[in-house]
Design a protein around this ligand. Structure first.
Ligand code: AMP
Ligand code: MG
Length: 492
Protein backbone atom coordinates (compact mmCIF):
# COMPACT_ATOMS: atom_id res chain seq x y z
CA UNK A 1 0.00 0.00 0.00
CA UNK A 2 1.58 3.26 -1.02
CA UNK A 3 1.10 6.29 1.13
CA UNK A 4 2.16 9.84 1.61
CA UNK A 5 4.22 9.97 4.74
CA UNK A 6 3.16 12.17 7.65
CA UNK A 7 2.15 15.24 5.74
CA UNK A 8 1.22 18.16 7.93
CA UNK A 9 -2.52 18.36 8.51
CA UNK A 10 -4.47 20.84 6.39
CA UNK A 11 -6.81 23.53 7.66
CA UNK A 12 -9.42 21.93 9.92
CA UNK A 13 -7.12 18.99 10.67
CA UNK A 14 -7.60 17.13 7.41
CA UNK A 15 -4.96 14.51 6.76
CA UNK A 16 -6.34 12.70 3.75
CA UNK A 17 -4.53 9.89 2.02
CA UNK A 18 -5.49 7.73 -0.92
CA UNK A 19 -4.78 4.05 -1.12
CA UNK A 20 -8.01 2.91 -2.78
CA UNK A 21 -6.93 4.66 -5.98
CA UNK A 22 -3.91 2.35 -6.12
CA UNK A 23 -6.36 -0.39 -7.11
CA UNK A 24 -7.00 -1.01 -10.83
CA UNK A 25 -9.17 1.70 -12.46
CA UNK A 26 -11.99 -0.84 -12.72
CA UNK A 27 -12.79 -0.11 -9.06
CA UNK A 28 -13.50 3.61 -9.13
CA UNK A 29 -14.03 6.70 -11.17
CA UNK A 30 -12.87 10.24 -10.47
CA UNK A 31 -15.83 12.54 -9.90
CA UNK A 32 -16.37 15.71 -7.89
CA UNK A 33 -19.38 16.39 -5.69
CA UNK A 34 -22.01 18.63 -7.30
CA UNK A 35 -22.33 21.90 -5.37
CA UNK A 36 -25.62 22.68 -3.67
CA UNK A 37 -27.46 25.96 -3.30
CA UNK A 38 -27.21 26.68 0.39
CA UNK A 39 -25.19 24.43 2.70
CA UNK A 40 -26.27 24.49 6.32
CA UNK A 41 -24.67 22.28 8.94
CA UNK A 42 -27.54 20.78 10.96
CA UNK A 43 -25.76 17.92 12.75
CA UNK A 44 -22.11 17.68 13.65
CA UNK A 45 -20.41 14.98 15.69
CA UNK A 46 -17.77 16.82 17.69
CA UNK A 47 -16.43 13.80 19.62
CA UNK A 48 -15.97 11.87 16.38
CA UNK A 49 -14.31 14.85 14.71
CA UNK A 50 -11.84 15.01 17.57
CA UNK A 51 -11.14 11.26 17.36
CA UNK A 52 -10.35 11.72 13.67
CA UNK A 53 -7.87 14.48 14.45
CA UNK A 54 -10.14 17.11 12.96
CA UNK A 55 -10.69 20.49 14.58
CA UNK A 56 -14.36 20.72 15.52
CA UNK A 57 -14.41 24.46 16.13
CA UNK A 58 -12.80 25.21 12.77
CA UNK A 59 -15.19 22.91 10.90
CA UNK A 60 -18.37 24.29 12.38
CA UNK A 61 -17.48 27.66 10.95
CA UNK A 62 -15.55 28.71 7.88
CA UNK A 63 -15.30 26.08 5.16
CA UNK A 64 -16.77 23.25 7.25
CA UNK A 65 -20.41 23.41 6.10
CA UNK A 66 -19.30 23.86 2.48
CA UNK A 67 -17.03 20.81 2.75
CA UNK A 68 -19.73 18.63 4.31
CA UNK A 69 -22.16 19.67 1.55
CA UNK A 70 -19.67 19.01 -1.26
CA UNK A 71 -19.30 22.68 -2.23
CA UNK A 72 -15.64 22.79 -1.22
CA UNK A 73 -13.01 20.09 -0.98
CA UNK A 74 -10.88 19.62 2.12
CA UNK A 75 -7.11 19.84 1.71
CA UNK A 76 -5.74 16.76 0.03
CA UNK A 77 -9.06 15.35 -1.17
CA UNK A 78 -9.29 13.24 -4.33
CA UNK A 79 -13.01 12.59 -4.81
CA UNK A 80 -14.00 9.29 -6.37
CA UNK A 81 -17.09 7.11 -6.74
CA UNK A 82 -16.50 3.45 -6.00
CA UNK A 83 -17.69 0.71 -8.33
CA UNK A 84 -19.45 -2.39 -7.04
CA UNK A 85 -22.12 -4.87 -7.89
CA UNK A 86 -24.52 -6.69 -5.64
CA UNK A 87 -27.37 -9.09 -5.20
CA UNK A 88 -30.41 -6.97 -4.42
CA UNK A 89 -33.23 -9.10 -3.06
CA UNK A 90 -31.49 -12.07 -4.62
CA UNK A 91 -30.92 -10.54 -8.06
CA UNK A 92 -27.47 -9.66 -9.33
CA UNK A 93 -27.02 -6.05 -10.51
CA UNK A 94 -24.17 -3.70 -11.37
CA UNK A 95 -24.33 -0.78 -8.94
CA UNK A 96 -21.59 1.57 -7.70
CA UNK A 97 -21.78 4.82 -5.76
CA UNK A 98 -24.71 6.50 -7.47
CA UNK A 99 -25.04 9.21 -4.85
CA UNK A 100 -21.90 8.94 -2.74
CA UNK A 101 -18.39 10.26 -3.16
CA UNK A 102 -15.29 9.22 -1.25
CA UNK A 103 -13.10 12.21 -0.41
CA UNK A 104 -10.18 10.16 0.87
CA UNK A 105 -8.91 8.29 3.90
CA UNK A 106 -8.42 10.38 7.02
CA UNK A 107 -5.51 9.18 9.12
CA UNK A 108 -6.47 9.65 12.77
CA UNK A 109 -3.91 10.59 15.44
CA UNK A 110 -3.51 6.92 16.47
CA UNK A 111 -2.73 5.98 12.86
CA UNK A 112 -6.05 4.32 12.07
CA UNK A 113 -7.43 5.08 8.61
CA UNK A 114 -11.05 6.08 7.96
CA UNK A 115 -12.92 6.61 4.72
CA UNK A 116 -14.61 10.00 4.60
CA UNK A 117 -17.59 9.74 2.29
CA UNK A 118 -20.30 12.18 1.31
CA UNK A 119 -23.69 10.57 0.75
CA UNK A 120 -26.21 12.53 -1.32
CA UNK A 121 -23.47 14.54 -3.04
CA UNK A 122 -24.70 14.40 -6.64
CA UNK A 123 -24.70 12.14 -9.67
CA UNK A 124 -21.88 9.88 -10.77
CA UNK A 125 -21.31 7.43 -13.59
CA UNK A 126 -23.21 4.90 -11.44
CA UNK A 127 -26.36 6.92 -10.80
CA UNK A 128 -28.48 5.08 -13.37
CA UNK A 129 -31.82 6.90 -13.18
CA UNK A 130 -31.21 8.31 -9.70
CA UNK A 131 -30.75 12.00 -8.91
CA UNK A 132 -27.61 11.43 -6.85
CA UNK A 133 -29.28 13.13 -3.91
CA UNK A 134 -30.56 12.23 -0.46
CA UNK A 135 -33.45 13.53 1.62
CA UNK A 136 -32.97 14.95 5.09
CA UNK A 137 -35.06 12.37 6.98
CA UNK A 138 -33.09 9.27 5.89
CA UNK A 139 -29.74 11.01 6.43
CA UNK A 140 -30.74 12.00 9.97
CA UNK A 141 -31.98 8.46 10.55
CA UNK A 142 -28.58 7.09 9.50
CA UNK A 143 -26.81 9.60 11.74
CA UNK A 144 -28.96 8.69 14.73
CA UNK A 145 -29.04 4.91 14.34
CA UNK A 146 -25.37 4.53 13.42
CA UNK A 147 -24.32 6.55 16.46
CA UNK A 148 -26.69 4.49 18.64
CA UNK A 149 -25.14 1.29 17.27
CA UNK A 150 -21.66 2.62 17.98
CA UNK A 151 -22.66 3.40 21.56
CA UNK A 152 -24.08 -0.11 21.88
CA UNK A 153 -20.59 -1.38 21.08
CA UNK A 154 -21.58 -2.85 17.72
CA UNK A 155 -19.14 -2.42 14.81
CA UNK A 156 -20.53 0.23 12.50
CA UNK A 157 -19.80 3.05 10.14
CA UNK A 158 -20.29 6.38 11.86
CA UNK A 159 -21.74 9.77 11.04
CA UNK A 160 -19.74 12.95 11.21
CA UNK A 161 -22.13 15.54 9.83
CA UNK A 162 -25.40 16.26 8.10
CA UNK A 163 -25.90 19.39 6.04
CA UNK A 164 -29.07 20.52 4.35
CA UNK A 165 -28.64 21.70 0.79
CA UNK A 166 -31.29 24.38 0.35
CA UNK A 167 -32.59 22.29 -2.56
CA UNK A 168 -35.61 20.02 -2.77
CA UNK A 169 -35.39 16.35 -3.64
CA UNK A 170 -38.40 14.63 -5.09
CA UNK A 171 -39.42 11.28 -3.65
CA UNK A 172 -43.13 10.67 -3.02
CA UNK A 173 -43.30 14.36 -2.15
CA UNK A 174 -40.72 17.13 -2.27
CA UNK A 175 -38.35 16.89 0.69
CA UNK A 176 -35.39 18.86 1.94
CA UNK A 177 -32.14 17.70 0.38
CA UNK A 178 -29.26 16.73 2.64
CA UNK A 179 -25.74 15.33 2.58
CA UNK A 180 -24.42 12.91 5.19
CA UNK A 181 -20.71 12.61 5.93
CA UNK A 182 -20.06 8.95 6.64
CA UNK A 183 -16.95 7.62 8.36
CA UNK A 184 -16.03 3.98 7.77
CA UNK A 185 -13.14 1.58 8.25
CA UNK A 186 -13.57 1.21 4.48
CA UNK A 187 -16.35 0.83 1.94
CA UNK A 188 -15.19 -2.49 0.50
CA UNK A 189 -18.31 -4.62 0.11
CA UNK A 190 -19.11 -8.19 -0.80
CA UNK A 191 -20.42 -6.52 -3.94
CA UNK A 192 -17.02 -4.96 -4.67
CA UNK A 193 -15.51 -8.43 -5.05
CA UNK A 194 -18.53 -9.47 -7.11
CA UNK A 195 -17.91 -6.49 -9.39
CA UNK A 196 -14.38 -7.65 -10.19
CA UNK A 197 -15.49 -11.27 -10.54
CA UNK A 198 -18.30 -10.27 -12.92
CA UNK A 199 -15.69 -8.68 -15.17
CA UNK A 200 -13.86 -12.03 -15.13
CA UNK A 201 -10.82 -10.07 -14.11
CA UNK A 202 -8.84 -12.39 -11.86
CA UNK A 203 -6.01 -9.91 -11.40
CA UNK A 204 -8.55 -7.36 -10.13
CA UNK A 205 -10.11 -9.86 -7.71
CA UNK A 206 -6.65 -10.69 -6.42
CA UNK A 207 -5.66 -7.02 -6.12
CA UNK A 208 -8.81 -6.31 -4.12
CA UNK A 209 -8.21 -9.32 -1.86
CA UNK A 210 -4.63 -8.20 -1.26
CA UNK A 211 -5.85 -4.69 -0.51
CA UNK A 212 -8.48 -5.98 1.92
CA UNK A 213 -5.91 -8.17 3.66
CA UNK A 214 -3.52 -5.26 4.08
CA UNK A 215 -6.19 -2.85 5.24
CA UNK A 216 -8.34 -5.00 7.53
CA UNK A 217 -6.63 -8.33 8.20
CA UNK A 218 -2.88 -7.58 8.14
CA UNK A 219 -2.07 -10.56 10.38
CA UNK A 220 -3.26 -12.91 7.65
CA UNK A 221 -1.12 -11.57 4.84
CA UNK A 222 1.66 -14.02 5.64
CA UNK A 223 -0.24 -17.21 6.49
CA UNK A 224 0.16 -20.13 4.03
CA UNK A 225 -3.25 -19.64 2.37
CA UNK A 226 -4.06 -15.98 2.85
CA UNK A 227 -7.16 -15.84 0.62
CA UNK A 228 -8.93 -18.72 2.29
CA UNK A 229 -7.93 -17.25 5.65
CA UNK A 230 -9.31 -13.90 4.51
CA UNK A 231 -12.64 -15.46 3.58
CA UNK A 232 -12.77 -17.27 6.90
CA UNK A 233 -11.97 -14.09 8.84
CA UNK A 234 -14.64 -12.10 6.98
CA UNK A 235 -17.12 -14.88 7.71
CA UNK A 236 -16.21 -14.87 11.41
CA UNK A 237 -16.67 -11.10 11.64
CA UNK A 238 -20.06 -11.34 9.97
CA UNK A 239 -21.17 -14.14 12.30
CA UNK A 240 -20.19 -11.99 15.23
CA UNK A 241 -21.77 -8.84 13.79
CA UNK A 242 -25.15 -10.38 12.99
CA UNK A 243 -25.18 -12.06 16.42
CA UNK A 244 -24.76 -8.60 17.95
CA UNK A 245 -27.67 -7.30 15.86
CA UNK A 246 -29.89 -10.16 17.00
CA UNK A 247 -28.99 -9.58 20.63
CA UNK A 248 -30.27 -5.99 20.57
CA UNK A 249 -33.17 -6.50 18.16
CA UNK A 250 -31.68 -4.55 15.27
CA UNK A 251 -33.27 -5.12 11.87
CA UNK A 252 -30.98 -3.92 9.06
CA UNK A 253 -33.74 -4.10 6.50
CA UNK A 254 -31.76 -4.33 3.27
CA UNK A 255 -29.03 -6.93 3.56
CA UNK A 256 -28.14 -6.94 -0.12
CA UNK A 257 -24.58 -8.06 -0.84
CA UNK A 258 -23.61 -4.47 -1.66
CA UNK A 259 -24.60 -3.53 1.88
CA UNK A 260 -22.25 -6.00 3.59
CA UNK A 261 -18.82 -4.57 4.38
CA UNK A 262 -15.71 -6.77 4.41
CA UNK A 263 -14.46 -4.82 7.44
CA UNK A 264 -17.26 -6.34 9.52
CA UNK A 265 -18.96 -3.01 10.17
CA UNK A 266 -22.70 -2.44 9.91
CA UNK A 267 -23.14 -0.36 6.77
CA UNK A 268 -25.88 1.35 4.75
CA UNK A 269 -28.57 2.39 7.14
CA UNK A 270 -31.70 2.55 5.05
CA UNK A 271 -34.98 1.17 6.27
CA UNK A 272 -33.42 -0.16 9.48
CA UNK A 273 -35.20 -0.09 12.84
CA UNK A 274 -35.21 -1.75 16.24
CA UNK A 275 -37.80 -4.37 17.10
CA UNK A 276 -40.11 -3.67 20.05
CA UNK A 277 -42.14 -6.84 20.76
CA UNK A 278 -40.07 -9.94 20.10
CA UNK A 279 -41.06 -11.59 16.84
CA UNK A 280 -38.65 -13.23 14.37
CA UNK A 281 -41.01 -12.20 11.54
CA UNK A 282 -40.48 -8.50 12.26
CA UNK A 283 -40.06 -6.49 9.03
CA UNK A 284 -40.09 -2.71 8.77
CA UNK A 285 -38.96 -2.00 5.22
CA UNK A 286 -41.78 -0.89 2.94
CA UNK A 287 -40.25 -2.67 -0.04
CA UNK A 288 -39.50 -5.99 1.70
CA UNK A 289 -42.86 -7.48 0.81
CA UNK A 290 -41.85 -11.10 1.39
CA UNK A 291 -39.88 -10.55 4.57
CA UNK A 292 -36.60 -11.67 3.01
CA UNK A 293 -34.75 -9.41 5.45
CA UNK A 294 -36.94 -10.04 8.50
CA UNK A 295 -35.24 -10.04 11.91
CA UNK A 296 -35.21 -13.83 12.18
CA UNK A 297 -33.80 -14.26 8.66
CA UNK A 298 -30.72 -12.10 9.16
CA UNK A 299 -28.28 -14.91 10.09
CA UNK A 300 -29.40 -17.02 7.13
CA UNK A 301 -29.11 -14.06 4.77
CA UNK A 302 -25.60 -13.28 6.02
CA UNK A 303 -24.71 -16.91 5.26
CA UNK A 304 -26.24 -16.60 1.79
CA UNK A 305 -24.30 -13.38 1.12
CA UNK A 306 -21.08 -15.07 2.21
CA UNK A 307 -21.75 -17.84 -0.31
CA UNK A 308 -21.90 -15.13 -2.99
CA UNK A 309 -18.58 -13.79 -1.69
CA UNK A 310 -17.05 -17.27 -1.85
CA UNK A 311 -18.18 -17.63 -5.47
CA UNK A 312 -16.53 -14.35 -6.37
CA UNK A 313 -13.30 -15.36 -4.63
CA UNK A 314 -13.19 -18.96 -5.92
CA UNK A 315 -10.23 -18.61 -8.32
CA UNK A 316 -8.15 -17.38 -5.38
CA UNK A 317 -8.75 -20.52 -3.34
CA UNK A 318 -7.41 -23.09 -5.79
CA UNK A 319 -6.47 -23.24 -9.46
CA UNK A 320 -8.62 -26.36 -9.74
CA UNK A 321 -12.30 -25.43 -9.80
CA UNK A 322 -13.63 -28.44 -7.91
CA UNK A 323 -11.01 -28.17 -5.22
CA UNK A 324 -11.71 -24.44 -4.86
CA UNK A 325 -15.42 -25.17 -4.34
CA UNK A 326 -14.66 -27.88 -1.80
CA UNK A 327 -12.42 -25.57 0.21
CA UNK A 328 -14.88 -22.68 0.11
CA UNK A 329 -17.73 -24.95 1.14
CA UNK A 330 -15.80 -26.31 4.10
CA UNK A 331 -15.37 -22.76 5.43
CA UNK A 332 -18.89 -21.66 4.55
CA UNK A 333 -20.41 -24.63 6.36
CA UNK A 334 -18.94 -23.37 9.61
CA UNK A 335 -21.12 -20.26 9.60
CA UNK A 336 -24.20 -21.61 11.38
CA UNK A 337 -22.21 -23.04 14.29
CA UNK A 338 -20.07 -19.95 14.55
CA UNK A 339 -23.11 -17.69 14.58
CA UNK A 340 -24.76 -19.89 17.19
CA UNK A 341 -21.67 -19.74 19.38
CA UNK A 342 -21.44 -15.93 19.19
CA UNK A 343 -25.15 -15.55 19.77
CA UNK A 344 -25.23 -17.93 22.73
CA UNK A 345 -22.20 -16.24 24.31
CA UNK A 346 -24.06 -12.96 24.06
CA UNK A 347 -27.30 -14.45 25.34
CA UNK A 348 -25.52 -15.86 28.40
CA UNK A 349 -24.16 -12.41 29.17
CA UNK A 350 -27.65 -10.96 28.76
CA UNK A 351 -28.85 -13.50 31.33
CA UNK A 352 -25.97 -12.72 33.67
CA UNK A 353 -24.22 -16.06 33.13
CA UNK A 354 -20.50 -16.62 32.74
CA UNK A 355 -20.10 -20.40 32.66
CA UNK A 356 -21.48 -22.61 29.91
CA UNK A 357 -23.98 -25.41 30.31
CA UNK A 358 -25.67 -27.54 27.65
CA UNK A 359 -29.12 -26.40 28.77
CA UNK A 360 -28.40 -22.71 28.13
CA UNK A 361 -29.78 -22.69 24.63
CA UNK A 362 -33.06 -24.13 25.86
CA UNK A 363 -33.23 -21.63 28.70
CA UNK A 364 -32.81 -18.76 26.24
CA UNK A 365 -35.23 -20.26 23.73
CA UNK A 366 -37.90 -20.69 26.37
CA UNK A 367 -37.66 -17.04 27.32
CA UNK A 368 -37.91 -16.01 23.67
CA UNK A 369 -40.90 -18.32 23.17
CA UNK A 370 -42.58 -16.69 26.15
CA UNK A 371 -41.87 -13.22 24.71
CA UNK A 372 -43.34 -14.24 21.38
CA UNK A 373 -46.53 -15.60 23.00
CA UNK A 374 -46.97 -12.49 25.12
CA UNK A 375 -45.75 -9.97 22.53
CA UNK A 376 -43.33 -8.87 25.23
CA UNK A 377 -40.96 -6.01 24.54
CA UNK A 378 -37.52 -7.49 23.76
CA UNK A 379 -35.41 -4.70 25.27
CA UNK A 380 -37.53 -4.12 28.35
CA UNK A 381 -37.85 -7.81 29.21
CA UNK A 382 -34.08 -8.03 29.47
CA UNK A 383 -33.88 -4.70 31.21
CA UNK A 384 -36.26 -5.94 33.90
CA UNK A 385 -34.12 -9.06 34.32
CA UNK A 386 -31.04 -6.88 34.66
CA UNK A 387 -32.78 -4.84 37.32
CA UNK A 388 -33.41 -8.06 39.23
CA UNK A 389 -37.16 -7.58 39.17
CA UNK A 390 -38.91 -10.89 39.86
CA UNK A 391 -41.97 -11.09 37.64
CA UNK A 392 -44.04 -12.20 40.65
CA UNK A 393 -43.30 -8.87 42.35
CA UNK A 394 -44.02 -6.78 39.30
CA UNK A 395 -47.18 -4.93 38.41
CA UNK A 396 -48.33 -7.69 36.06
CA UNK A 397 -47.30 -11.05 37.52
CA UNK A 398 -47.01 -13.92 35.09
CA UNK A 399 -46.75 -17.43 36.52
CA UNK A 400 -45.18 -18.77 33.34
CA UNK A 401 -42.39 -16.23 33.41
CA UNK A 402 -42.02 -16.75 37.14
CA UNK A 403 -41.43 -20.47 36.58
CA UNK A 404 -38.83 -19.63 33.95
CA UNK A 405 -37.22 -17.25 36.43
CA UNK A 406 -36.96 -20.09 38.98
CA UNK A 407 -34.94 -22.03 36.41
CA UNK A 408 -32.70 -19.03 35.81
CA UNK A 409 -32.13 -18.72 39.57
CA UNK A 410 -31.08 -22.37 39.81
CA UNK A 411 -28.80 -21.93 36.83
CA UNK A 412 -27.36 -18.78 38.41
CA UNK A 413 -26.64 -20.62 41.64
CA UNK A 414 -24.50 -23.09 39.66
CA UNK A 415 -22.83 -20.21 37.83
CA UNK A 416 -21.35 -19.09 41.14
CA UNK A 417 -21.57 -15.34 40.56
CA UNK A 418 -22.91 -13.04 43.27
CA UNK A 419 -26.20 -11.33 42.43
CA UNK A 420 -24.33 -8.02 42.20
CA UNK A 421 -21.82 -9.48 39.74
CA UNK A 422 -24.54 -10.99 37.61
CA UNK A 423 -26.43 -7.72 37.58
CA UNK A 424 -23.34 -5.74 36.57
CA UNK A 425 -22.76 -8.17 33.69
CA UNK A 426 -26.37 -7.85 32.59
CA UNK A 427 -26.29 -4.09 32.71
CA UNK A 428 -23.34 -4.10 30.34
CA UNK A 429 -25.09 -6.39 27.85
CA UNK A 430 -28.71 -5.28 27.98
CA UNK A 431 -29.36 -1.77 26.74
CA UNK A 432 -31.73 0.33 28.80
CA UNK A 433 -32.34 2.50 25.73
CA UNK A 434 -32.64 1.81 22.03
CA UNK A 435 -33.84 4.28 19.39
CA UNK A 436 -37.57 3.63 19.72
CA UNK A 437 -39.37 3.99 16.41
CA UNK A 438 -41.93 6.47 17.67
CA UNK A 439 -39.18 8.65 19.16
CA UNK A 440 -37.12 8.45 15.97
CA UNK A 441 -40.09 9.44 13.81
CA UNK A 442 -41.07 12.29 16.13
CA UNK A 443 -37.51 13.64 16.26
CA UNK A 444 -37.07 13.47 12.47
CA UNK A 445 -40.43 15.15 11.90
CA UNK A 446 -39.69 17.95 14.36
CA UNK A 447 -36.34 18.60 12.69
CA UNK A 448 -37.51 18.26 9.09
CA UNK A 449 -40.95 19.85 9.26
CA UNK A 450 -40.53 22.47 11.96
CA UNK A 451 -36.78 23.08 12.05
CA UNK A 452 -36.95 22.09 15.74
CA UNK A 453 -33.79 20.18 16.61
CA UNK A 454 -34.37 19.80 20.33
CA UNK A 455 -36.03 16.36 20.13
CA UNK A 456 -33.26 14.96 17.98
CA UNK A 457 -30.61 16.35 20.30
CA UNK A 458 -32.33 14.82 23.31
CA UNK A 459 -32.84 11.46 21.61
CA UNK A 460 -29.20 11.36 20.55
CA UNK A 461 -28.20 12.10 24.13
CA UNK A 462 -30.25 9.14 25.38
CA UNK A 463 -29.36 6.54 22.74
CA UNK A 464 -25.65 7.31 22.84
CA UNK A 465 -25.60 6.25 26.51
CA UNK A 466 -27.63 3.05 26.06
CA UNK A 467 -26.31 1.18 29.09
CA UNK A 468 -27.05 3.94 31.58
CA UNK A 469 -29.57 1.93 33.60
CA UNK A 470 -29.66 4.54 36.33
CA UNK A 471 -31.53 6.94 34.09
CA UNK A 472 -35.27 6.65 34.53
CA UNK A 473 -36.76 8.01 31.31
CA UNK A 474 -40.03 6.18 30.64
CA UNK A 475 -40.72 8.38 27.64
CA UNK A 476 -37.63 6.92 25.95
CA UNK A 477 -37.86 3.34 27.19
CA UNK A 478 -41.53 2.68 26.49
CA UNK A 479 -42.34 1.15 23.11
CA UNK A 480 -44.75 3.14 20.99
CA UNK A 481 -48.28 1.95 20.38
CA UNK A 482 -47.91 -1.40 18.60
CA UNK A 483 -48.42 -0.67 14.92
CA UNK A 484 -48.17 -3.65 12.59
CA UNK A 485 -48.28 -1.25 9.66
CA UNK A 486 -45.24 0.74 10.79
CA UNK A 487 -42.97 0.95 7.77
CA UNK A 488 -39.58 2.45 7.08
CA UNK A 489 -38.32 3.70 3.73
CA UNK A 490 -34.94 3.50 2.02
CA UNK A 491 -35.36 7.07 0.86
CA UNK A 492 -33.45 6.37 -2.36
P1 AMP B 1 -28.91 1.33 -1.34
O1 AMP B 1 -30.27 0.72 -1.50
O2 AMP B 1 -28.90 2.62 -0.59
O3 AMP B 1 -27.89 0.37 -0.86
O4 AMP B 1 -28.48 1.76 -2.82
C1 AMP B 1 -28.40 0.84 -3.87
C2 AMP B 1 -27.80 1.50 -5.09
O5 AMP B 1 -28.62 2.56 -5.57
C3 AMP B 1 -26.44 2.12 -4.86
O6 AMP B 1 -25.69 1.90 -6.03
C4 AMP B 1 -26.75 3.58 -4.68
O7 AMP B 1 -25.66 4.40 -5.01
C5 AMP B 1 -27.89 3.76 -5.66
N1 AMP B 1 -28.75 4.89 -5.31
C6 AMP B 1 -29.60 4.97 -4.27
N2 AMP B 1 -30.24 6.16 -4.26
C7 AMP B 1 -29.78 6.85 -5.32
C8 AMP B 1 -30.05 8.15 -5.87
N3 AMP B 1 -30.94 8.97 -5.31
N4 AMP B 1 -29.38 8.52 -6.97
C9 AMP B 1 -28.49 7.71 -7.55
N5 AMP B 1 -28.19 6.49 -7.09
C10 AMP B 1 -28.83 6.05 -5.99
MG1 MG C 1 -26.04 0.33 -0.50
Amino acid sequence: MSERKEDAAGIGGWRLMHTYTDLPPLFYTDVAPTPVREPRLVAFNRPLAAELGLEPAALERGDGPAIFAGNALPDGARPIAQAYAGHQYGHFTALGDGRAILLGEQVAPGGARFDIQLKGSGQTRFSRRGDGRAALGPMLREYLISEAMYALGIPTTRSLAVTTTGEAVYREQPQQGAVLTRVAASHIRVGTVQWAAAHEDRAAVRALADYTLARHYPDLARVPEPYLALFEAILARQASLVARWQLVGFVHGVMNTDNMALSGETIDYGPCAFMDAYDPATVFSSIDAHGRYAYGNQPGIAHWNLARLAEAMLPLFDADGDRAVARATAVLDRFPALFEERWLDGMRAKLGLVTEEPGDRQLADDLLAWMLRRSADFTNTFRALAAGVRPAQSASPDPELDAWHDRLDLRRARDGRSPAEARALMRRHNPAFIPRNHKVEAALAAAGDRDDWSELTRLLDVVTAPYDHDRDLPEFSAPGEPDPRYRTFCGT
